[in-house]
Design a protein around this ligand. Structure first.
Ligand code: PEP
Ligand code: MG
Length: 584
């Protein structure tokens, strides 16, 4: 048979070769049917019983996890347990049983479908992916309703590459790292919990392969290239040998990178560069240090607002930020205030549906309008800052007025805390995200008002080049090295330097080793990224001289097109880091 190649989404890097184990994760097929009035009570009871069984299964798993590999990821199980008590899910199902006279299975399926639909309208990829958690919890309850047991990954005895339609985070948690070489799934995206877990557990994975389960059988030889999101089934001899070589090289390279973990991110001529991590969950607090970084350059707090009908309380804000600050000390934690709005979170009535959410009532615009919600978060941040090195970052600033208003609110909130006798930090450094071109163009004015800048290239590129960052049809134009983007970056860097304030970048551009030297040369002293990228970027930092980086940045900036700029950057890298380039 001839080899077949599938291309999906990169979830966790690494190359593995082995036998496939196809895990049956077909959804439970159940029939929704009408019931008589008299059966309502029984169906509600059956549903409640299935909830109880699901809860005790998850609690059991949680107990087992306290020791194992997934110890630091227990929060995922807790999320699932919480979902079992979710009002929308529980009350919604009971209501459907009673009012639509549906059996428990039918009512549950309809309820899950209607919750999932709500998630689809969320713009933020990370939050949108939490839909999987709801669906997986739904599947568990359904299985318990129909009394079907699920095959567990914990039972796999021989080394294998797992192929499945989808995997729940609970599957990933019980994986034995010595047996599971890697996994590939039809469904999933880069920010699904399963992908996040795979990265932090170091298990190579590719997801979003659409229909791979239909083409592979247990026992087939499979190559999984998690660096490129590729899966090859029944490889030819030539491909097989080629990948064996690649695998050996990658392992060697990883070991080399591992050695850098405890070494500082210093250029050959002694310039110290701050390499930090971007996190979404409090439980990720220590992941930066584990990857050789020194702090958290972007803590996206949107997660706190998920899966609930009411806004988080001050104590919830305080506890989350305090948790991260204490675990990161003495390193800094840059807490970004709420960046949602438009159709990012649908479950609050405060968020109205908008025609152009990316240009709508988002982030600081929303916060200033709903200052009651914003104040609660500000109070939580100021109080948590007593326990560590916290800085505050405001997203989507487009002009000075928003800074003035934010500062005014901050002073009011401080006065309140003072009069209540609550402990808080009087002078938490205040920074702004530079992610809208208008902010970049008045960087000199903004620099006089704030303590630091953090450039969000994900949005800055979207707004500068007029490309929707979610739209795959224009994805080819999404180019960090576009001359217009580079000019804005340089302008911001010069303004920060003139005002003598720290300059960071926390967009995805900061985590790509190809851009590292250019960014250093432009004047970025701090790069904050997906933690898995830290060793790669550190490798570049430790191998360049600042003078060379400055020259490269200037050369790249002189190029008239993104293509020419990319060529310039690539030849620099090929010359300096032939090994690294081969791995990219
Ligand atoms: C950015 O826009 O670059 C950024 C870091 O913020 P987010 O991706 O959360 O919009
Ligand atoms: Mg942004």
């Amino acid at each position: 048979m001839h080899e077949k190649t599938y291309k999906g989404i990169v979830a966790s890097p690494g190359i593995v070769i082995g036998r496939a184990y196809v895990l049956d994760r077909r959804k439970v097929v159940v029939a929704g049917r009408r019931i008589e009035d008299v059966s309502v009570k029984d169906e509600v009871m059956r549903f409640k019983k299935a909830l109880e069984v699901s809860k005790s299964q998850l609690e059991d798993l949680k107990k087992r996890m306290t020791k194992g590999l997934g110890k630091s990821h227990i929060y995922i199980l807790e999320t699932h347990i919480m979902l079992l008590e979710d009002k929308m899910l529980v009350d919604g199902t009971v209501k459907r049983i009673k009012e639509s006279l549906l059996n428990a299975e039918g009512a549950l399926k309809e309820t899950i479908a209607s919750i999932s639909l709500k998630f689809d309208t969320i713009e933020d990829e990370y939050l949108r992916d939490r839909k999987h958690d709801v669906e997986q919890v739904g599947e568990r309850i359904l299985r318990n309703l129909v009394g079907r047991k699920q095959e567990s990954l914990a039972e796999i005895k021989e080394e294998a590459i797992i192929i499945a339609h989808d995997l729940a985070p609970t599957d990933t948690l019980v994986m034995r790292k010595d047996k599971i070489l890697g996994f590939a799934t039809d469904a999933g995206s880069r920010t699904s919990h399963t992908a996040i877990l795979a990265r932090s557990l170091g298990i190579p994975a590719a997801v979003g392969l659409e229909n791979i389960t239909a083409s592979v059988k247990t026992g087939d030889v499979v190559i999984l290239d998690g660096i490129h999101g590729v899966v090859i089934i029944d490889p030819d001899e030539e491909t097989f040998l080629d990948y064996l070589k690649k695998q050996r090289k990658y392992k060697y390279f990883e070991q080399e990178l591992e050695k850098l973990k405890t070494l500082p991110a210093t250029t050959l001529d002694g310039h110290i560069v701050q390499l930090e991590g971007n996190i979404e969950l409090p439980e990720e607090a220590t992941s930066t240090v584990e990857h050789g970084g020194t702090g958290i350059g972007l803590y996206r707090t949107e997660f706190l607002f998920l899966n609930r009908q009411s806004f988080p309380t001050e104590e919830e804000h305080y506890n989350a930020y305090r948790h991260v600050a204490e675990r990161s000390a003495p390193h800094e934690v840059v807490v970004r205030t709420l960046d949602v709005g438009g159709d990012k979170i649908g479950s609050f009535s405060e968020f109205e549906k908008e025609a152009n959410p990316a240009l709508g009532l988002r982030a600081i615009r929303f916060c200033l309008q709903k200052s009651d919600v914003f104040r609660v978060q500000l109070r939580g941040i100021l109080r948590a800052a007593v326990h560590g090195n916290i800085k505050m970052l405001i997203p989507m600033i487009s002009g000075l007025t928003e800074i003035y208003e934010t500062k005014k609110l901050l002073e009011e909130v401080k006065a309140e805390l003072r009069s209540e006798g609550k402990a808080f930090h009087e002078s938490v450094p205040l920074g702004v995200m530079i992610e809208i071109p208008s902010a970049a163009l008045i960087a000199d004015l903004l620099a006089k008002e704030v303590d630091f800048f953090s450039v969000g290239t994900n949005d800055l590129i979207q707004y500068t080049l007029a490309i929707d960052r979610q739209n795959e049809h224009v994805a080819y134009m999404y180019e960090p090295l576009d001359p217009a983007v580079l000019r804005l970056l340089k302008y911001v860097a010069s303004a920060a330097e003139a005002a003598n304030i720290p300059l960071a970048m926390c967009g995805e551009m900061a985590g790509d080793p190809l851009y590292a030297a250019i960014l250093l040369g432009m004047g970025f002293q701090c790069l904050s990224m997906n933690v898995a990228s830290i060793p790669w970027v550190k490798k570049v930092v430790r191998s360049v001289r600042m003078q060379d980086a400055v020259e490269l940045a200037s050369l790249v900036m002189q190029q008239p097109t993104a293509t020419a700029a990319r060529k310039t950057a690539e030849s620099f890298m090929e010359e300096r880091f032939p090994d690294l380039v081969a791995e990219l």
